[in-house]
Design a protein around this ligand. Structure first.
Ligand SMILES: *Cc1c(COP(=O)(O)O)cnc(C)c1O
Length: 452
């Protein structure tokens, strides 16, 4: 019989509070305040439910991210991903910190311009740019990231018609070892599409190819995927230099860093298991520094990080509407917010904290929203102390995508406040009301009256 291989035993510390073989308790202390602002008074003043965004956390997270990259690479520029959260006050915190704007539609493009972002500091991504969008982007000297050949050809036509020479990059998609591959946006690296697009741009000589872009996925749990992406883009830049003696001025690695949220089905909580900014920075910066770029040619590294910069800064404060027993005996708690405003509960297990004192007793249960739809589940299974009607809760890590993907179904979108560095709340988006909705509707004359 083959001798069994010896494996050295290891002793590992179990952290209380994180997952161990006894499971995890969800809550130890109530969350009564957010950055010094009392949850109860926030709800009293601004209503329930209510989104609250911590300015302090945004600025701190931004600085942490930038520091991780600045410590490893000499030229780094962030560009705020508007679609992650495009409430103007949020965008402007990022712009105050030095962030450019990254937009994926004409609507977002004009939002960034209105916020005062100079045209040449707006990166225009996305597969759906109209002629008007492309003309505006050329006129404002924005960075146009070309997504497909049809766009490339249309842009060549427009440059002739309008006698412009825009600054462009191409979006490249590639195999980074993470599947399913995001290959529906941009030009593929492995099959030669990207190289083909590069040749078409440079040899037609109607636009200035200044950058290379990729956005390899979202909530990427592998930092190494970025090393592969950075290496492939650096390789393209090297070949451009060899063939055309032309320097690429920036490499844009898009977004996709994981926030500290708990992805459904993952074993470890997000704040332990997900890669840190340092992990991502190490992968990306090492790949770029170890590539063929000489010291003088090192391109600007652009990052379009979205969710990882804003998720932790966002809280949703809400109120318990009712409790009930399900037919299988489980406790169900119904909140005044559902998937209509907490879209990300479809893929995250959001941490939920009671906002007032509670007993040591806990119970497993399910948390529902108020929508009359079976899919309106905020948490399928969560261990919480029992709460009664009127009690308040705080849902954590909701800053990314909820305030852009929220839907107006049955109820209207609630107030959003920004809590400033002194702990003072400022209203940054008014809750919608009936007039706001009706303003958009039209009634044909023949439908105006009825008799019941
Ligand atoms: C959505 C998006 C981002 C931001 O992605 P996150 O996963 O939120 O970091 C960045 N760049 C592009 C092109 C995007 O579409």
């Amino acid at each position: 019989m083959e001798k069994l291989r010896y494996e050295r035993p290891v002793i590992k510390k179990l952290n209380s509070g994180s997952m161990n073989k006894f499971g995890t308790r969800t809550e130890y202390t109530p969350v009564t305040h957010i950055d010094g602002a009392s949850v109860k008074s926030l709800i009293e003043e601004f209503g329930s439910p209510l989104f609250a965004i911590s300015e302090r956390t945004i600025r701190q997270t931004y600085k942490d991210c930038l520091r991780a990259f600045n410590n490893r690479y000499p030229r780094v520029q962030m560009a705020w991903s508007y679609k992650t959260n495009y409430i103007n006050a949020v965008c402007n915190v990022f712009h105050q910190e030095g962030s450019w704007a990254e937009v994926v539609s004409g609507f977002e493009y004009h939002k960034a311009l209105k916020n005062g972002v100079p045209g040449n500091k707006i990166i225009f991504n996305g597969p759906d740019k109209t002629d008007e969008d492309l003309i505006a982007a050329m006129t404002n000297n924005s960075l146009i990231h070309i997504d497909h050949l049809d766009e490339l050809y249309r842009l060549i036509e427009l440059t002739r018609e309008h006698n412009k020479r825009p600054r462009v990059a191409i979006r490249v998609n590639m195999d980074t070892g993470v599947y399913p591959m995001w290959d529906r946006f941009g030009f593929n690296y492995e099959n030669g599409q990207a190289w083909d697009a590069i040749n078409k741009i440079i040899l037609n000589d109607q636009m200035d190819l200044v950058g290379l872009h990729c956005h390899i996925g979202t909530f990427m749990l592998s930092a190494n995927a970025y090393a592969i992406a950075a290496t492939k883009l650096a390789d393209l830049a090297h070949h451009i230099n060899l063939k055309f003696n032309k320097k690429i001025t920036y490499i844009d690695l898009g977004g996709g860093f994981a926030s500290k949220n708990n992805l459904k089905g993952s074993y470890l909580p997000g704040n332990i298991g997900n890669p840190s900014f340092d992990d991502y920075a190490e992968a990306i910066c090492s790949a770029l520094l170890n590539s063929e770029f000489s010291k003088q040619e090192l391109p600007l590294l652009i990052l379009e990080t979205g969710r990882a910069l804003i998720d932790e800064a966002g809280y949703l404060c809400g109120t318990v509407l009712a409790n009930k027993r399900l037919s299988d005996g489980r406790r169900a708690t119904i909140m005044d917010f559902g998937v209509n405003i907490l879209f990300t509960s479809f893929w995250y297990d959001h941490k939920i904290s009671p906002a007032q004192d509670f007993s040591h007793y806990t119970e497993d249960g399910v948390i529902y929203g108020p929508l009359c739809m079976n899919i309106d589940v905020v948490r399928e299974s969560v261990t919480l102390p029992p709460m009664k009607k009127g009690d308040n809760v705080v849902v954590h890590t909701v800053g990314a995508y909820n305030m852009t993907q929220w839907m107006q179904f049955i109820a209207m979108r609630p107030n959003v406040v920004m809590i400033d560095l002194q702990g003072k709340p400022h209203l940054i988006r008014n809750k919608e009301n009936l007039e706001y909705i009706l303003e958009r509707e039209e009634m044909p004359g023949y439908l105006a009256d009825f008799n019941l």
